[in-house]
Design a protein around this ligand. Structure first.
Ligand code: CLF
Ligand code: SF4
Length: 499
């Protein structure tokens, strides 16, 4: 039954049924996936946390225009430095986009998904977006197509999206309350004119929810992205999570606001605060009890290429791509072989996880050993293979006897950017220590003496003994060692100073 609530439609509660077309499949954190659904997301690095270690995605920057303005957005069309949505090095025509896709797909056989996510809104540029999808469906039919939209023009394009076999759509919904929306969106462009204030947010929200319902009815997997903006929508996002779950959304990706003055956005320039990791984590946990929340998003650029966490876009500039000779059929065969090998590896890992090694015995009346927060430096392939000094980000895991659970990532400045900037190393190291607050261990491929000492003094024990091992295996091995040595009764690190 549908009932009208202001300008938006709210359906009666509906639980995920795990199967049929048009049902909507909404699971809470940790609920097992039905097999048919698992197969639909098994190689999508954003929809499957496990897949993100092994399968790559690329974004095609064919959509320059946008039909709304968000206070956290400032699009840049020729920027190689910033890593955030809305930024690209070069805009592409649909023909160039296809050329680039074929080049990337030949060079990176792990490529599984091609998305259009900007730098503006894909559906505000429908001719360019759908020309690209049409050509890709014909020339690289094995690649999954994906789109990310603000939702304003979504309802009118649902049929076309389905026609192009686009099975994964992201809608960015930041609020369901137009009064909150008026603080996030200064204007929308609707019905040939610019509209501002509460009315703009009302229209946008109604279109987003209508689009969500239409996609779910067509059996498309819908992910909702929400930007967490402290003091603006943070207290509202649990309610939003509840409603989009009712409407059949598959996954909720709550991303921290990025608002630095150098981004040149309204929020960046007016000093709007970004959420800290604890706030973000608490909100994701609260929402995850209703609808599964994504923890591994990298807030990628609109021309990102590679595994999540990597951006290899510069290797595939138009100038470079034009010079390449590609055999698309051979490349497709290589992808099929690579994807199958990854699937087998994942299946083997699943088997291992289902039958964990025996833990040291303890008395049944004893309380369960506590969880330990550990940080990991990885290049993105599921291994502990990044040197401390070259890590741009650290993955944070909560490790217990039962599991190593990814909580999120913390982005940092590089510890050392070379001899020219050696003077920055100490302040960068302090920044990294602040970013890793709460972690008791740090696993990386290698680490120098100076950062080792400083981390240890700050209560974060570095560990380089598990280089090149799979992340989860290494984390559980370290946890078991701690448990066996009886070290989990107290804090592990030395913690002499605060950074
Ligand atoms: Fe791109 Fe988005 Fe498709 Fe993924 S990204 S269009 S669903 S293929 Fe992924 Fe990047 Fe996060 Fe987006 S990590 S910003 S969630
Ligand atoms: Fe920027 Fe996307 Fe918002 Fe448009 S919808 S203003 S491209 S963030």
């Amino acid at each position: 039954m549908l009932k009208q609530a202001g300008p938006t439609l709210v359906t009666a509660p509906r639980e995920g049924c795990g199967g049929g077309a048009g049902c909507g499949i909404s699971l809470a954190q940790g609920e097992p996936l039905p097999e048919a659904l698992r197969r639909r997301i098994e190689n999508h690095p954003c929809y499957s946390e496990e897949a993100h270690h092994y399968f790559a995605r690329m974004h095609l920057a064919v959509a320059p225009a946008c039909n709304i303005q968000c206070h956290y957005c400032n699009r840049k069309y020729d920027c190689a430095n910033e890593s955030r949505p809305g930024v690209v090095s070069e805009l592409l025509t649909p023909e160039q986009a296809v050329q680039k896709t074929l080049a990337v797909a030949a060079a990176i056989p792990e490529l599984a998904v091609v998305g259009i996510a900007g730098p503006g809104d894909p559906l505000a540029n429908p001719a360019r977006t759908f020309a690209t999808f049409r050509a890709l469906s014909a020339q690289a039919p094995d690649l999954k197509l994906c789109v990310s939209t603000n939702g304003l023009a979504l309802p009118e394009h649902v049929e076309e999206l389905v026609k192009h076999n686009i099975g994964h759509v992201t809608i960015t919904i930041n609020c369901l309350d137009p009064d909150i929306g008026a603080k996030i969106y200064p204007w929308i462009f609707w019905d040939h004119r610019r509209i501002g204030g509460r009315r703009a947010a009302e229209i946008l929200i109604a279109q987003q929810l209508k689009g969500l319902e239409m996609l779910v009815a067509k059996d498309v997997l819908v992910k909702i992205n929400s930007v967490m903006i402290p003091g603006v929508n943070d207290e509202h996002l649990q309610e939003l999570n509840r409603v989009v779950k009712q409407k059949g959304a598959f996954l909720h990706n709550i991303m921290p606001l990025l608002a630095r003055p150098e981004h040149g956005t309204y929020y960046g320039l007016t000093g709007q605060r970004e959420p800290d990791f604890q706030e973000l984590h608490a909100l994701r946990e609260a929402c995850g009890a209703q609808l599964k929340t994504m923890r591994h998003c990298r807030q990628c650029r609109s021309d990102a290429v590679g595994l999540l966490g990597q951006n290899r876009s510069e290797e595939f500039s138009l100038n470079k791509v034009r010079r390449l000779r590609i055999d698309p059929q051979a490349a497709m065969a290589k992808r099929a072989e690579t994807h199958e090998a990854i699937r087998q590896r994942l299946a083997e890992r699943q088997g291992k996880i289902a039958a964990p090694a025996t833990l040291p015995s303890r008395q049944s009346s004893a309380p369960a050993p506590r969880a330990v927060l550990m940080a990991v430096a990885s290049k993105g392939g599921g291994l502990i293979d990044e040197h401390f000094g070259q890590a741009h980000e650290f993955l944070l895991y909560e490790v217990t006897t039962a599991s190593a659970r990814l909580l999120g990532r913390r982005q940092t400045d590089l510890y050392c950017t070379g001899p020219a900037n050696c003077g920055d190393a100490e302040s960068n190291l302090n920044g990294i220590i602040r970013a890793l607050a709460g972690c008791e261990l740090l696993l990386c491929a290698r680490i120098g003496y100076t950062p080792w000492q400083k981390l240890e003094s700050a209560g974060i024990q570095p560990n380089g003994e598990h280089a090149l091992e799979p992340i989860e295996d290494a984390l559980t091995a370290v946890y078991r060692e701690l448990l066996a040595a009886g070290k989990l009764d107290k804090t592990l690190g030395v913690r002499q100073t605060s950074a």
